[in-house]
Each structure stands twice: as C-alpha cells, then as structure tokens.
Design a binder for this molecule. Structure first.
Ligand code: HAH
Length: 336
C-alpha cells in the first residue's frame, strides 16, 4: 500500500523556481516508504555515509563503490542531481591513510600523494554524475582563537592541505562544483574564521565555488535567523554560492542531555514548525545565492540525531514523522 497522499503538494514542485530540495540517504532508503517520499518530494540526493573516505577507500588502493553506486544509479534513473560528501575530513577516514607499514606517521609528500590519489580516483569514478562535491569538511576549529581544527591532515601536511585538496579536485573533474562544508558556520565566531579562510584562499586563486552550511540546528536557538541572514550575506559577498547541505532541526539544544522524553509534545512540534517556516522564508529570499537545500535524512524513523550528541536518545528533527507522514513543519514549508 502506498503511503503517498495524492492531495499533498510536492516539495520539489513547490520550490521549482527557487532551488532543488534534497535528502541524505542510505542504500536501503531506495525501497519502501522512503523511496516514495524521495520520488515525490526531492530532486537532489547525497549519500549519508557511502562516499566518505572509509567507505570509498577502506584499504590503500582498494576502492569500493557498490553502495555509493546504488544511490547514484537511483538518482540518475529518477532525474535527480547528486551531491558528493565528502573527500577530505578528519572523521570516517581509516587510520591507514596517515600511517606507513611500520605504523609510523607518513611524510607530507606521501600524504599529499594519497590525498591526490583518493580525490582523483573517487571524482573520476563519479564524473558526470556527481555535480557538486564537499571537498573539505569541517576544517575550522570550534574553540575560540584557534582557526584550523587539529587533524592528521593539518598535522602532517600543514595549512596548505585545504588548498591542495581543492586544486586536486579541480584537476580531477573541472566540471564539478567544489564546496567547503561545515557546521555552526552561521554563528558569528565560526563565521568570521570561515570567512577569513575562504577569502584568503579565493585571493590565492584556490578553486572554491561554494560554501555548505550544514544546518544542524535546534528549536531553541534564538539567534538563528539573524545569524543565518548575516552568514548568507557574508559568504555571498565573496562571490560564493551557498548550499544548505545537512539540515535538521533537533528538539534538543546541544547542552540538553535529557533522555526522558519519549514523544515530542504538540508544543515542541509547533516550535519546530515555526523554525522551519522561518528559515525557509529566509532561504527563498536569498534564492539568487542559495543553490540547493538538503535535509540530513528523510523521516524521523531514523536519523543520526538518535545518537548525537546523546547516544540512544530518540530525536524528531525532520519534516516527515516516524510513520512517514508529513509533519506540521512540512506544511509550513510549502505554505507560502
Ligand atoms: C556532520 N557532522 C557530518 O558532516 C556528516 O557527514 C555526518 O553524517 C553527520 C553530521 C556534524 C557535526 C556536528 O554537528 C557537531 C559536531 C561534530 C560534527
């Protein structure tokens, strides 16, 4: 039996004059109720996990594309665009990348060679199918007064690892749009650091086309709307396009570690709907610079927020509920 209610408007149709709307998916989402939601509402996809370093090159020079290909084939068969996430990141990257046969850290030269090989291989494999890549993910430090996150990439290669990654990416696929992607990068301090980094790189001629605002937000952030507007304007002033790459709006603020809420209250759902309504109205206002909006998941049935930042705590951050039905948040996004 189909879960689709024919009377419900399609999100991607409603937004056809604004930007593509998408979701991060896992291979099993292309069956069952999630498949129906995808086919009706979305026109851009991203693999939640299956294009990350540990998935595409778990061992040196052993590239594995099966799961990623399954997702890309589904996207192509259904006329959807595909984003690539992600090439260079400190997480979900297997340890071998940074070590030699003795288990010692490799040299800058070796790591640059491995970086280039990875980027070239993976981008070549997906050439013509993945139109935009998160080349570098989460390189900015959260702690104040420190610009770059401490990672093996930075430690072994040095600060120019970011520009190298973008250069290799441009060489590998000159047609692909290249993004720098991060979370909390609409918040003033992280925005400032990101702006400085991107400005410097662009002045040096590093090929960066856009910035990804992950948008892992929550219903309690009172500064969100002002921060978001400010961030969009600031990034756009650099001539960059902006994509909202991983949106979800948690019922819990980051510091809230409560585990006793087993069902969202009406008040929580209404609050979430107001946040979704408002951020989408801001996105529409900036449709000239926002070139895609993607959710990090499909329905509340499963989301990474069920395990982050608190393990095994149910959250309800998406616009379809645990039974795949449209939430009030959905309604508020399409009512304009
Ligand atoms: C994102 N990190 C990653 O880009 C994505 O690949 C992963 O599947 C989920 C979320 C977000 C993140 C955060 O919001 C706070 C701290 C660390 C990481």
């Amino acid at each position: 039996m189909s879960i689709i209610n024919k009377n419900i408007i399609s999100l991607r149709d409603k937004y056809k004059d604004y930007f593509p709307i998408g979701a991060a998916i896992r291979p099993d989402d292309i069956n069952g109720p999630h498949k129906e939601i995808l086919l009706k509402h979305y026109n851009v996809l991203v693999a939640e996990n299956h294009m990350k370093f540990e998935s595409t090159q778990p061992k040196e020079n052993e590239f594995t594309y099966e799961a990623g290909d399954k997702i890309v084939d589904f996207a192509m068969d259904n006329n959807m665009k595909m984003r690539g996430h992600t090439l260079i990141w400190h997480n979900q990257t297997t340890e071998w990348v940074f070590l030699d046969n003795q288990g010692d850290k490799v040299s800058r030269e070796v790591l640059l060679e491995r970086m280039k090989n990875h980027i070239t291989e993976v981008m070549n494999h997906y050439k013509g199918r993945v139109y935009a890549w998160d080349v570098v993910n989460e390189a900015i430090e959260d702690i104040e007064d420190k610009q770059l996150r401490t990672t093996e990439w930075l430690d072994i290669i040095g600060e120019d690892y970011i520009e190298k990654a973008f250069q290799y990416a441009r060489e590998a696929d000159p047609e692909a749009l290249l993004f720098y992607n991060d979370y909390n990068n609409e918040q003033p301090k992280k925005l400032e650091k990101t702006y400085e980094l991107l400005k410097k790189l662009l002045e040096q001629g590093v090929p960066i086309d856009g910035v990804g605002i992950q948008a892992h937000w929550d219903i309690n952030d009172v500064h969100l709307f002002d921060n978001l507007r400010n961030a969009i304007e600031k990034y756009a002033s650099l001539g960059l396009q902006i994509q909202i790459t991983e949106m979800d709006i948690s019922m819990f603020s980051f510091e809230d570690k409560r585990k006793d809420i087993i069902k969202p209250t009406k008040e929580m759902l209404e609050k979430q709907a107001r946040v979704y309504e408002k951020v989408f109205s801001i996105f529409r206002e900036y449709k000239n610079v926002i070139t895609a909006v993607l959710f990090w998941g499909i329905s509340d049935e499963k989301t990474w927020k069920d395990n982050f930042p608190v393990k095994n705590r149910k959250d309800w951050p998406l616009i379809f509920d645990e039974n795949h039905k449209e939430k009030l948040s959905f309604t508020k996004i399409v009512e304009f």
